[in-house]
Design a binder for this molecule. Structure first.
Ligand SMILES: NC(=O)C1=CN([C@@H]2O[C@H](COP(=O)(O)OP(=O)(O)OC[C@H]3O[C@@H](n4cnc5c(N)ncnc54)[C@H](OP(=O)(O)O)[C@@H]3O)[C@@H](O)[C@H]2O)C=CC1
Ligand SMILES: CC(C)(CO)C(=O)C(=O)O
Length: 307
């Protein structure tokens, strides 16, 4: 990694937009390190004044500040966005108040479009996309459980990424800094664009990929996603499809996906930001992705029917 800049101290305030699984996990770990943390939640929702974090160290509780009115916040030096991909408009409202040109804005989300949607609202601040590799599950309002093996977050080795690294390593979740963020993001998107919709559509956990016909479909979809990723500059190796299938096979029995969890809870799903991104980018490059487009249509119809 290159030169480290702008080390945050434990007394640097941090704003976290989205008190969901990822937001709570990062907020709790930073607050435990001494950062005053302000959680920014949906307008009118119940205040979260403390977070109960369950992780390999046991159960710990830590106090945080709460804000639910984007019009009442001032700029922070450190801002983390942990909303879902379909909650971009909600996040924009917060960025207007929280971000100025000195802000380092960490976008902790799945997908490959972090900069596309955030940069126009970043007020000249520095945008650092972060891929989330730890698993966080919301157990209740202000309650979160974190599980992980390996690095919990992946960020790019550029100036905003290096600044974000200084903050994120304070979470103790393990931060991997990669020179080629595009490849890392597309590799993760291969998983999310296939595992998430297939589990959500079938209401089945990762075991569904053992069905030979589902496995064939997944392999063909992964081939489409990889082709688009390569056109976007991702250096995905020839065995990327097998590698992703092997990763899915290695998930513990009973593992699901965030999209399956959203479907089961009756919440909107992230299909547009995941599979939708693949189809959008494919169109730009003139690449045919018929299977991804078909599965996207089905999961979008399911989402529409659920709401
Ligand atoms: N959870 C995980 O283990 C992983 C998640 N990811 C990715 O991380 C991102 C975040 O996921 P996750 O934390 O699971 O999602 P959640 O649905 O748990 O959290 C999203 C949060 O955003 C909040 N929100 C919605 N609207 C607003 C608003 N107007 N103002 C403020 N907050 C708002 C929601 O509020 P409310 O509580 O009121 O609904 C919710 O707390 C996604 O892109 C996901 O794919 C990636 C890998 C693993
Ligand atoms: C990698 C995977 C499928 C595991 O939780 C994920 O990122 C998600 O559920 O959104």
């Amino acid at each position: 990694m290159g030169v480290r800049v702008s080390e945050p101290s434990g007394s640097d305030p941090v704003a976290i937009v989205g008190p969901g699984a990822v937001g709570l996990a990062l907020a709790a770990r930073l607050a435990l390190e001494g950062h005053p943390v302000t959680l920014c939640g949906r307008s009118g929702s119940a205040t979260v004044a403390e977070i109960e974090l369950t992780d390999h160290q046991g159960i710990r509780t830590v106090a945080v500040d709460w804000q639910d009115d984007p019009a009442r916040v001032s700029p922070f030096r450190w801002v983390v966005v942990g909303t879902k991909l379909h909650q971009r408009d909600a996040a924009h409202a917060w960025l207007e108040g929280l971000v100025d040109r000195d802000t380092v804005l960490v976008v902790a989300q799945n997908g490959v479009e972090h900069r596309d949607w955030v940069s126009p609202h970043a007020a000249g601040g520095q945008v650092a996309p972060a891929l989330v590799h730890f698993n966080a599950e919301r157990l209740g309002r202000g309650r979160v459980e974190v599980r992980q093996d390996g690095a919990g977050l992946v960020i790019g080795d550029d100036a905003p990424g290096r600044r974000a690294h200084a903050l994120l390593e304070r979470t103790g979740l393990g931060v991997q800094v990669v020179a080629d963020f595009t490849t890392a993001a597309w590799h993760k998107l291969m998983v999310n664009a296939v595992a998430n919709p297939v589990t959500a559509l079938t209401s089945r956990r990762v075991e569904v990929f053992r069905d030979p016909s589902v496995r064939d479909l997944a392999a063909a979809m992964l081939g489409e996603v990889a082709a688009v990723g390569r056109a976007e500059g991702a250096r995905l190796p020839d065995d990327a499809v097998d590698d992703v299938l092997a990763w899915i096979d290695a998930r513990p029995s009973g593992a699901g996906s965030s999209m399956l969890a959203d479907r089961l809870a009756g919440r909107p799903m992230e299909h547009d930001g995941l599979l939708g991104a693949v189809v959008r980018k494919a169109r730009m490059h003139g690449i045919a992705v018929p299977l991804c487009a078909a599965v996207l249509a089905l999961v979008a119809a399911l989402d529409g029917a659920d709401h």
